[in-house]
Design a protein around this ligand. Structure first.
Ligand code: ATP
Length: 301
């Protein structure tokens, strides 16, 4: 018998590397990025109930209605399975508890959408195959397939949907510092397109360059301190908010091996080989920025 109720966690991600390699005719940007899930999580409770969707949500800056990606994911799912034999009444009561900062470059909305699709499929007897879930996920956001995948880390190309699983980061503590204001992903990409044009030939084999600078051990990935971790969107978001450059400098002064902005920002992160230094750094950052977190990379299952 299928469970009638389930509670799932939706992890955030960081981008250890993000380059924009082009633009599709439909306006979507082509990327080369390395994504890693980290254990800062939202929580979603779902229960099968009558018809339709009952949704509630706690957390600042996030829509509490049909615009929420959790609601949209559940709605798409129910539309896709409606009419299939043997399913219980097609409805769900869903409660979202946000912890991941919103519009932060941490992929919280996409992760919530993916967790909802997976959980709904569990509640409704795995009515959809994994590739059908990916198809629905792509309609909600380019990062959703990454969060649907079991792998905690992946190199992604295309618009972010072509995934090559890689070992998870190993041996690092991660400090996330969110300065407390949102950045629109759409704004960052649009501004990048307006201000930067690069010769496509310079952008070939980008992932290979980074991949060579990473030690891909059997039990996880270790990054060399001089590995060229870059995020093209820093040229947009950090240029607009110079505070972010200072925050990266602070992470490095506290002993981070590397510091970078995640996604379209404004969250910056530091990778620490020394957990005690990471703890001290997080405590110092938290006194000024409440949304500072000491987290760990999500490991292999
Ligand atoms: P990415 O790193 O994938 O670009 P992000 O972390 O910068 O995403 P999100 O937190 O996913 O951004 O939010 C993007 C937008 O989506 C916000 O404007 C927010 O209002 C909307 N949104 C809808 N549902 C959610 C949700 N469940 N969690 C967060 N944001 C949501």
């Amino acid at each position: 018998m299928q469970p009638a109720r389930v509670t799932v966690r939706a992890p955030a991600k960081i981008n250890l590397f993000l380059r924009i390699t082009g633009r599709r005719p439909d306006g979507y940007h082509l990327l080369s990025t390395w994504m890693q899930k980290v254990d800062l999580c939202d929580t979603i409770e779902l229960a099968v109930c009558g018809e339709g969707i009952r949704f509630s949500c706690t957390g600042d800056g996030v829509p509490g209605d049909r615009d929420n990606l959790v609601y949209r994911a559940a709605d798409l799912y129910l539309q896709a399975v409606r009419g299939r034999d043997g399913l219980p009444a097609l409805g769900a009561a869903i409660e979202l508890r946000k912890r991941i900062p919103v519009a932060a470059g941490l992929g919280g909305g996409s992760s919530d959408a993916a967790a909802t699709l997976r959980a709904m499929n569990g509640l409704f007897g795995s009515a959809l195959a994994p590739d059908e879930l990916v198809g629905l996920g792509l309609r909600l956001g380019a990062d959703v397939p990454f969060f649907l995948a079991d792998s905690p880390a992946a190199l992604a190309t295309g618009i972010g949907e072509i995934l090559r699983p890689v070992p998870s980061l190993q041996g690092y503590s991660v400090v996330l510092v969110n300065p407390g204001f949102p950045v629109s992903t759409r704004w960052a990409y649009q501004t990048f397109a307006l201000t930067k044009k690069e010769d496509a030939s310079n952008l070939a084999n980008l992932q290979e360059c980074v991949v060579e600078d990473v030690c891909w051990g059997d039990s996880g990935a270790m990054i060399q301190p001089d590995a060229p971790l870059v995020n093209d969107l820093e040229t947009v978001t950090v240029a607009r908010y110079p505070l972010l450059e200072r925050l990266k400098g602070e992470l490095l002064r506290h002993g981070a091996v590397q510091a970078l902005m995640s996604g379209s920002g404004p969250t910056v992160f530091g990778l620490f080989a020394d957990h005690h230094k990471a703890e001290a750094c997080c405590a110092a950052c938290k006194s000024r920025f409440a949304a500072s977190y000491l987290v760990a990379p999500v490991g292999e299952k």
